[in-house]
Design a protein around this ligand. Structure first.
Ligand code: OSB
Ligand code: MG
Length: 370
């Protein structure tokens, strides 16, 4: 698989509904789209870095710089036998996993299309459908939160995740439990607490949550291990898991019992598969996280979620919760039983609408070998 050209685009799409986490409220999504060309086929990768450095240190602009100045010059003209070679090939570049992942994932799509098989097949997926959950942001009132939960349960989603932060935690969980009973429920703090909040977080134990996601700092492992010894609710790590090595340390330290896999955070599909396999060997279940992706990134996530140890419902939901219209047509839909079928066509197996991509594009560059 020789990579002949790389097109980089900066896109912006308005969100159907604002999304609020412990670090703020967003009304639209800015992201990069990478298109690789080789052997008469194309492959697509969506970079999940956001406009701001609040979830992670990478931003759309740092990713643009890394791809244009370092990653594209490294991979253009190179003949890879398999896309799993791309991430190790880039090891001279430290960090910048989201920038690397956008190119690496496009290479997997390109490879699968060249083979004429679905991406899930080359990734090693075994499921024909995935279980879908939703991530519900911080709302203006508990009533609005209850309305949202009601809508999503009626749509069939297999589990509800609500975002929490100090001042929006116990009452929010209490509201959901008292209105909806024993539904599969979890919370995501996006690093909003400190170890000194352990007693406060232990008050969540009585709600029988599936897990609490990333309560402490974005780069912490040791304090999560200390916290896990003080609370019964299983800890799931998101932000902290930047590499397979850190995941191994976290598992051995007892810092988490569950891991959220986002390919952008760890450097792409190859590293996600290694992380998935590591967790499976330690009986740590994983689920697929979400980054408010367009249908292109969403399709990547669905294919990856077809691997066997993705045994919990992920944050991979229907397009219409995010963008109308989506960049793909038909959009990703969730069936009434809360599942999404894994696309069967070659590569991503979804149809990207060129003029919607063009209209959302704010900047573009075409890069070639040499
Ligand atoms: O922490 O999982 C997170 C969105 C942006 C950044 C971080 C996170 C999220 C979500 C939304 O929770 C998941 C989704 O619906 O795509
Ligand atoms: Mg999270």
């Amino acid at each position: 698989m020789r990579i002949e050209r790389l097109e980089l685009r900066l896109l912006r799409l308005p969100l159907v509904h604002f999304f609020e986490t412990s670090f703020g409220r967003v009304f639209d999504r800015t992201f990069l789209l990478v298109t690789l060309e080789g052997g008469g086929e194309v492959g697509y990768g969506e970079c999940v870095a956001e406009a701001n450095p609040y979830y992670s240190s990478e931003t759309t602009e740092t990713a643009w710089h890394l791809i244009e100045a370092f990653i594209a010059p490294a991979v253009l003209g190179v003949d890879f036998a398999h896309p799993r070679e791309v991430f190790p090939f880039l090891r001279r570049i430290r960090g910048h996993n989201m920038a690397k992942a956008a190119v690496e994932m496009a290479a997997w799509d390109l490879f699968a299309r060249q083979q004429g098989v679905p991406l899930s097949q080359v990734l090693g997926g075994t499921r024909t459908e995935i279980a879908s959950g939703v991530s519900i942001g911080i709302q203006d009132s508990l009533d609005q939160l209850a309305d949202k939960v009601e809508t999503e349960l009626a749509a069939g989603y297999r589990r509800i995740k609500i975002k929490i932060k100090p001042g929006w935690d116990l009452a929010a969980v209490e509201t959901v439990r008292s209105r909806f009973g024993a539904v599969p429920l979890m919370v995501d703090a996006n690093a909003a607490y400190a170890l000194g909040d352990a007693a406060h977080l232990a008050a969540l134990d009585r709600f029988d949550l599936m897990m609490i996601e990333q309560p402490l700092d974005y780069d912490d492992v040791a304090d999560h291990a200390r916290l896990q010894r003080q609370i019964a609710t299983p800890i799931c790590l998101d932000e902290s898991i930047h590499t397979v090595k850190i995941a191994e340390e976290a598992i051995h330290a007892g810092a988490c019992r569950i891991i959220n896999i986002k390919p952008g955070r760890v450097g792409g599909h190859g590293e996600s598969i290694r992380l998935h396999d590591l967790c499976a060997s330690h009986d740590v279940p994983v689920w697929h996280g979400g980054m408010l992706e367009s249908g292109i990134g969403r399709a990547h996530n669905i294919h990856l979620s077809s691997l066997p140890n993705f045994s919990l419902p992920g944050d991979v939901a229907a397009s219409k919760r995010y963008y109308v219209p989506d960049l793909i047509d038909p959009p990703i839909e969730v069936r009434p039983d809360g599942t999404i079928p894994v696309p069967k066509g070659p590569g991503l197996g979804v149809t990207i609408v060129g003029d919607r991509v063009s209209r959302a594009t704010e900047r573009a560059v075409m890069l070639r070998a040499g």
